[in-house]
Design a protein around this ligand. Structure first.
Ligand SMILES: [Zn+2]
Ligand SMILES: [Zn+2]
Length: 371
């Protein structure tokens, strides 16, 4: 079918909106009428090739919510008319090794997480568009997605909240609950106070962490972090981060630190602010080949420090999202406050530019925000 989509004619951020042709959904796929897609920094990294280079036109957008419009012949989970969020992780097949280990977030079977592959969209000049960062594309009026990427949204959850849940929120909040596993009274620090970092702060507050320390180079984000529950905010441009963190943790460092942003040297900071038996959790990342941790001394690991990480909060999609919806419904997490500005699909270039300049999470409203 003919749909409007925001694409880049070649790798970069020169986004244009044009009509493209979308293939019919495959047998295990649903076609989603996209209502909203929130912007994640991964979309920007993906368009510009920082998450891997690609040839030809590209499309992004992976924090998707909308309404099922049509389904393939073997789809059983959803039917036309269902409200869904569409995310990068999978609900799991239930029988591969990762599913059997209780980690269905990286199911090996349905389907593999593959980026920079041909999308189901074709430009009217015949060029096949590359899907840069997800198995579905949110910056379009419609997308196709494997049903394993879908989770039904309750009727009272706004679409834009579904979008925020679909990556940014789950990546930070889920990482705290599923990887840090903070005990009340333990301390927490997060490097990067964007959508993921602030969601992590909400998770730390809910877990009873104290102090909760935000670290970011933008003061506006540190102020936001305090509204979400951070007790301290430190800007590495103005101070020695490790020294400041030690000052507010009895000279020890934090029990848990998180890397919630991509960038050089950040993991060293997150590692150094941890106390002796503390744990660093890595969420933000660059390309695989840029992520060797040469700055960490193995003796620190020998003496008890730990390092781990998670993709998309390591959540169990259809078990955890309903719980997060309930936290939202009861006011226990303020996802509305993560959403900064709304843009139409035609305004997407402005939305992306704005996201580069301090906005927490911009919303691209495509079909509508309504319930
Ligand atoms: Zn994302
Ligand atoms: Zn599986």
């Amino acid at each position: 079918m003919r749909v409007k989509a925001a694409i880049v004619p070649k790798m970069g951020l020169d986004v244009i909106v044009e009509e493209v042709e979308l293939d019919e959904p495959g047998e295990f796929e649903a076609r989603i009428k996209i209502m909203t897609c929130t912007i994640c920094h991964s979309d920007i990294h993906a368009y510009t090739g920082e998450h891997g280079v690609y040839d030809g036109p590209g499309i992004a957008g992976h924090e998707i919510s909308g309404i099922v419009d049509a389904v393939g012949s073997k789809v059983t989970y959803v039917k036309p008319g269902d409200r869904v969020l569409c995310t990068e992780i999978r609900a799991g097949c239930g029988h591969c090794d990762t599913c059997l280990k209780g980690e269905p977030w990286f199911c090996r079977n349905i389907p593999p997480m593959s980026f920079r592959v041909p999308s189901p969209y074709t430009r009217l000049n015949g060029e096949r568009i590359i899907q840069t960062c997800s198995g579905a594309s949110g910056f379009a009026e419609y997308t196709n997605a494997h049903e394993a990427m879908l989770c039904k949204l309750d009727d009272d959850i706004p679409f834009e909240i579904g979008s925020a849940l679909a990556c940014g929120f789950m990546s930070g909040f889920g990482a705290v609950l599923n990887r840090c596993k903070i005990k009340p009274g333990e301390s927490f620090a997060v490097v990067g106070a964007g959508g993921v970092g602030l969601s992590a702060i909400m998770g730390a507050r809910m877990s009873g962490a104290i102090p909760i320390i935000a670290i970011d180079t933008m003061d506006v984000k540190l102020e936001a972090a305090k509204r979400f529950g951070a007790t301290h905010g430190f800007n590495p441009k103005n101070c020695d981060i490790v020294e400041e963190v030690k000052k507010v943790t009895n000279g020890l460092g934090v029990d848990h630190s998180m890397v919630a942003v991509a960038g050089k040297g950040i993991k060293k900071t997150a590692f150094d602010v941890c106390c002796q038996f503390g744990q660093m959790v890595i969420v933000g990342h660059e390309l695989y080949e840029h992520e060797w941790l040469s700055e960490i001394n193995a003796m620190d690991l020998l003496f008890g420090k730990r390092v781990t990480g998670s993709v998309m909060g390591a959540i169990k999609l259809r078990k955890d999202i309903p719980i997060y919806e309930d936290y939202y419904r009861k006011g226990m997490v303020d996802i509305d406050a993560l959403l900064t500005k709304r843009f139409t699909l035609d305004q997407i270039k402005d939305a992306l530019d704005d996201s580069l300049h301090g906005s927490l999470k911009n919303v691209v409203v495509i079909g509508g925000t309504g319930l």
